[in-house]
Ligand binder design. Structure first.
Ligand code: DOR
Length: 447
């Protein structure tokens, strides 16, 4: 299908650390021209005066639950929520049902993505204690990475065998993305909580069970393995002050072999929020005390942390309402609201808009060596977000697009909102409406 041309007029473009009022001319999927004033006819013209024009967000960690867990989410529903929030590219995790542990199962997910996703997509290959050969067959040019759960979470994908870990880190030509929490530490803490509370462990105990010490131990092991084998390692969702100390900022991102992601919920919530939100904010790694939350932003700002993501992990309201600590699943739906959460921090003066764009758009593109995305430059894929900074709105049931229909932000007010989202050169979203005749593209990598 022909993507045609779109002219975006008069917006303030935020790109590569600068803001300029410029027009953008998009043609057949790509950005053809960026200039102060473009007078060309186009199939569609968008007046962006008074709006910010941003590169589409690249979220390197989402759980869209398909196949097998589609009562929680589908690739189509969550991908819609993504574009409504300004995310044009996502990378999805392998803990579906079945888990993506063979090339066939991985390809099945790509087939669904191609058929239904309004956003650009990539799916991680999964690792287990016994799929090494299959995992190593993954093509680094067409798959974002290999996910290793070095701590257990939703799904049974724990890789805790040290020999397996060593072999994967030594041979893998792909980027390895890890979930780092030490299983033995968690088990010990859980047993202690059970001894103290019996069957009534309160959710406020979650950060004590899934402790900061467990995170540090596991992240330290991952870094040791990566250094031993010169592996390209990306540690996901860093949540503690101590881990912030183990990442470097003295070399440019493009040269780093070890990188780190921080998530919007760990930057936003702290342990006091369990009293208000309970299991809604139960997730792995846990949201921890204010001491930890406060240490994350400085590490992001001085480049010890490289990218911002969501770890979007929807579970139904009923699943979350279970009172048994061990039954209530970890994870919260966030992909629609990541830009809103970061823009609120911009408005509070905690981070600049340019740094948000760097960490949500440019840095994921560098980190994963993505082919022609992440910037508003001529010749790049046209992934563009038009954001109206003046609109005031409240997160409510009727504007949440997640299949689960709830958000930990319900009732919260925001100033500024995504107005339109263009994915690979076609208008995918416009003020509550989705245009789905055209789909997103499979992301490719320059490796
Ligand atoms: O809280 C989490 N939920 N953390 C993860 O690592 C997995 C995720 C899920 O899939 O539910």
């Amino acid at each position: 299908m022909r993507k045609g041309t779109i002219l975006i007029k008069g917006g303030t473009i935020v790109n590569r650390g600068t803001r300029t009022v410029c027009d953008l001319y998009l043609k057949d999927g790509f950005i053809e021209q960026v200039a102060p004033s473009i007078d060309r006819s186009a199939d569609r013209e968008i007046n962006a005066e008074g709006c910010l024009v941003l590169p589409g967000i690249i979220d390197d960690q989402v759980h869209f639950r398909e196949p097998g867990l589609t009562h929680k989410a589908t690739i189509k529903t969550e991908s819609r929520a993504a574009v409504a929030g300004g995310t044009t590219t996502w990378m999805e995790m392998p803990n579906t049902k079945p888990s993506a542990l063979t090339q066939r199962l991985l390809q099945d997910k790509y087939d669904i993505g191609a058929a239904v996703s309004p956003a650009n997509y990539s799916f991680y290959m999964g690792a287990s204690n016994d799929n090494r050969e299959e995992a190593l067959r993954t093509d680094p040019k067409t798959v974002c990475g290999l996910k290793i759960f070095m701590g257990s979470s939703t799904g049974n994908m724990l890789v805790d065998d040290e020999k397996t870990l060593d072999a994967l880190f030594s041979d893998c030509p792909l980027l390895i993305a890890t979930h780092c929490e030490d299983e033995a530490t968690i088990r010990g803490n859980a047993a202690a909580a059970r001894a103290k509370y019996g069957d009534n462990i309160p959710v406020v105990e979650h950060p004590n069970i899934r402790s900061a010490a467990g995170c540090l131990k596991s992240s330290t092991l991952a870094i040791e393995l990566a250094k031993r084998h010169n592996t390209r390692l990306h540690i996901l969702h860093i949540s503690t002050a101590e881990e912030a100390e183990i990442f470097r900022n003295d070399i440019p991102l493009a040269e780093k072999r070890i990188t780190a992601e921080v998530c919007v919920h760990h930057l936003t919530f702290n342990a006091d929020d369990y009293l208000r939100l309970g299991n809604k904010i139960k997730c792995n790694p846990a949201i921890k005390s204010e001491h930890h939350r406060k240490a994350l932003l400085p590490a992001l700002l001085d480049d010890r942390f490289d990218v911002i993501a969501t770890d979007h992990a929807p579970h139904t309201a009923e699943e979350k309402a279970q009172t048994d600590y061990f039954k209530a699943p970890g994870g919260l739906p966030l992909v629609q609201h990541s830009l809103d959460m970061m823009m609120r921090m911009v408005q509070r003066g905690e981070i600049s808009l340019e740094r948000v764009i760097e960490k949500m758009c440019h840095a994921p593109a560098i980190c994963f060596e993505i082919d022609r995305r992440g910037y508003l430059d001529e010749g790049m894929w046209a992934d563009v977000v038009i954001y109206d900074p003046a609109t005031e709105w409240t997160v409510a049931q009727d504007n949440i697009f997640y299949k689960v229909g709830w958000s930990p932000l319900e009732g919260e007010q925001f100033k500024g909102r995504v107005r339109q989202t263009i994915v690979s050169g076609h208008l995918a979203y416009d003020r509550g409406l989705f245009f789905e005749e055209m789909k997103g593209e499979r992301v490719l990598f320059d490796r």
